[in-house]
Design a protein around this ligand. Structure first.
Ligand code: ATR
Length: 278
């Protein structure tokens, strides 16, 4: 029997999720139909779409911009949340559990799994995240669970980094136990093993103020599909770099596994997906 899935967003036309999940379905021999679902940008419409989909027998939904926080609130009041979704304050994966809508967030673990697949060491790593918005919030707990030694959060607006650390520490004892430093992006200096760009700067054409005395072995940009000055800078400095395309594939793989109970081979899917994507 065909299992139905959707990705809910606005805009949604360019989502790569249907293609990615079809690849996983072919790999696991599961019959799926995965569609893009446009939704007007308001909470009532989002809830109506979700309820109609699951009442109609849908198995799972992905949630993307601008609905991840609305999905979180809906699951918090009407159903349940995974630990990663609760701490992230955002949901990217919906399913039905014990008769109610349940929200998970696989974005941060997708990033961690991609970094591990690149062979970059996380256990004992000195890590800096640049950015203190939703993207940064979602990766902190999975990074700490992966065994990093230290974490610094740098942001253009220092107070937002400080507020983020206070909120995350209150939300999770695992995070509370990890001392997290904060500074402005321009003040971020010294030696790191890994620096992650979690700002939305790639969308604006601006460049980050990166100190000359800032060094890292590995640099990761959560954006993909465009020239990324952050990665170009650290490539010139001799670091290994990656954009966030592998994070996209890995978060999808985790969603697929939550829904179907079947593990997928992410490396094979990444190769399959290279050419057909637009
Ligand atoms: P997202 O959900 O993608 O994280 P967000 O919550 O709006 O989006 O957060 C955007 C992040 O990118 C913030 O850390 C923001 O810095 P501020 O908190 O100082 O606004 C950062 N950012 C966006 N544009 C930037 C720019 N031109 N220079 C530096 N940082 C920028």
């Amino acid at each position: 029997m065909t299992q139905h899935f959707i990705v809910i967003g606005n805009p949604i036309n360019h989502s790569k999720s249907p293609k990615i999940h079809q690849t996983f379905a072919a790999q696991t021999d599961i019959d799926i139909r995965y569609q893009r679902q446009y939704c007007p940008d308001n909470e009532a419409s989002f809830v109506a779409v979700v309820e109609a989909f699951f009442y109609g027998g849908g198995v799972g939904a992905n949630v993307t911009v601008p609905f991840k926080q609305i999905a979180f609130s809906h699951c918090q009041t009407q159903g349940g949340l995974s630990e990663h979704a609760r701490v992230a304050g955002a949901v990217n994966t919906l399913l039905i559990k014990d008769g109610a809508v349940y929200g998970d967030n696989t974005d941060g673990q997708g990033l961690v799994n991609h970094i591990i697949s690149l062979g970059w060491p996380l256990d004992g790593a000195r890590v800096a995240i640049i950015g203190a918005g939703g993207a940064a919030r979602g990766v902190v707990l999975p990074l700490i669970e992966a065994g990093i030694a230290s974490l610094t959060i740098a942001n253009r607006t220092l107070s937002k980094a400080q507020t983020l650390v206070t909120e995350l520490s209150a939300a999770s004892q695992t995070i509370e136990r990890q001392a997290i430093a904060t500074c402005t992006t321009a003040e971020l200096t010294g030696e790191f093993d890994l620096i992650i760009n979690a700002t939305s700067i790639g969308l604006t054409g601006d460049t980050l103020p990166i100190a000359d005395s800032l060094n890292t072995h590995y640099a990761y940009d959560m954006m993909y599909g465009r020239a990324l000055p952050f990665l170009q800078h650290f490539t010139r400095r001799g670091a290994q770099v990656s954009d966030g395309y592998g994070m996209l594939i890995n978060q999808a793989a985790l969603s697929f596994e939550r829904w179907t109970g079947r593990a997928v081979e992410v490396a094979a899917a990444t190769i399959d997906l290279q050419s057909p994507l637009t």
